[in-house]
Write a protein that binds this ligand. Structure first.
Ligand SMILES: NC(=O)c1ccc[n+]([C@@H]2O[C@H](COP(=O)([O-])OP(=O)(O)OC[C@H]3O[C@@H](n4cnc5c(N)ncnc54)[C@H](OP(=O)(O)O)[C@@H]3O)[C@@H](O)[C@H]2O)c1
Length: 304
């Protein structure tokens, strides 16, 4: 393992940032900043923070992740997702720091009929996807040692996500209609954070690259919603959770065209993670197992 003396972590109130914060203290001295302490829309603030903290590792899970709102706020998405990563890379290069950055399946158009590999043609179909791709490109252009970890459908016990939205809706409504023609791999923030720590323990000096990092298996958003409600029903008695109004049997599949959103989303979000297995011997658990782990965890509160 490379020794890391000081780590700068962004976005600590986000799903992945929160999960990372809990784990990174075992790796080095951690300086973990939220938006109020470091606004990624402010390029000068990023430069000043890196120059003052002098980290040898920068981890940047912060992002403008409001995919639909980004369609009407392209400049805000661009500042955080495209410009800020490039500035981190420039500052990291000046002090020989390693940069770990997260990206998304939304850099692809979803038209491929098998899981995407890292070198596949990128063709984002949303403002968010374009801004995230521009962030990746900006980091690669600087040429600093970096890892770009592309993941998909992130959820966890903390933050705003599909798991918590489905449980809230299922407790309020008798029946849900969920899109069944978008497929991908739900990926827990805990799994992403665990994999990041494993990578950091194994990474060689100067090693760089883009990697796909998701839980194994695949499903549709409809299948994910069914899995959530099914898991809830299986654990409900033991945990003393209240009844939901929606049962698995009254979740209905619909098409993307029946649920129009401001941003287009790829129909195929599947990412092939073989490169991560090959280079770091990391293979994440099946998404159903990860979902069970999250819902079993002591800090999971279904009704919050
Ligand atoms: N969520 C997904 O489904 C998904 C899928 C694929 C890839 N990813 C990627 O995975 C990474 C982690 O995502 P996540 O799910 O953890 O996101 P998240 O839960 O939405 O958290 C994003 C964090 O970024 C922070 N942030 C936003 N604008 C900021 C700004 N101007 N300055 C500083 N911080 C700012 C937010 O701060 P506040 O808490 O103050 O809002 C939040 O803490 C991101 O790179 C994302 O693009 C996510």
């Amino acid at each position: 393992m490379q020794p890391f003396k000081r780590i700068l972590l962004t976005g600590v109130n986000g799903q992945v940032g929160h999960a990372l914060k809990a784990r990174l203290t075992t790796i080095g001295e951690l300086v973990a900043l939220d938006r109020s302490q470091l606004d990624l829309a402010n390029a000068d603030a990023i430069r000043s923070a890196v120059q003052a903290i002098k980290p040898d590792l920068i981890i940047n899970p912060a992002a403008y992740t409001a995919v639909d709102i980004a369609e009407s706020q392209p400049l805000q998405a661009q500042a955080v997702n495209a410009i800020a990563p490039g500035i981190f890379a420039e500052e990291a290069a000046k002090i020989n720091a390693l940069l770990i950055h997260y990206s998304t399946d939304y850099v692809f158009d979803g038209l491929k009929n098998s899981p995407y590999v890292e070198d596949d043609l990128t063709q984002p179909v949303s403002v968010y996807g374009k801004s995230k791709l521009a962030g990746e490109d900006a980091i690669r252009a600087v040429g600093v040692p970096h890892l770009i970890l592309r993941t998909s459908w992130v959820y966890g016990s903390y933050g705003k996500n599909f798991l918590r939205t489905i449980l809230r809706l299922a407790s309020e409504r008798e029946g849900l209609k969920i899109v069944a023609d978008q497929i991908g791999a739900p990926t827990s923030a805990d799994a992403i954070a665990d994999a990041t720590v494993t990578i950091l323990r194994d990474i060689k000096s100067g090693q760089s690259g883009t990697y796909h990092l998701t839980n194994a298996g695949e499903t549709s958003l409809y299948g994910f919603a069914q899995g959530i409600v099914d898991t809830y029903e299986g654990m409900q008695a033991v945990k003393g959770w209240p009844d939901l109004k929606t049962y698995v049997s009254n979740i209905l599949p619909i098409t993307t065209s029946e649920y129009p959103t401001p941003a287009a989303r790829p129909a195929n979000s599947r990412l092939n993670c073989s490169k991560l297995k090959h280079d770091f011997n990391i293979e994440l658990a099946d998404w159903r197992e990860a979902l069970l782990d999250v819902m079993h965890s002591a800090n999971f509160r279904p009704q919050q």
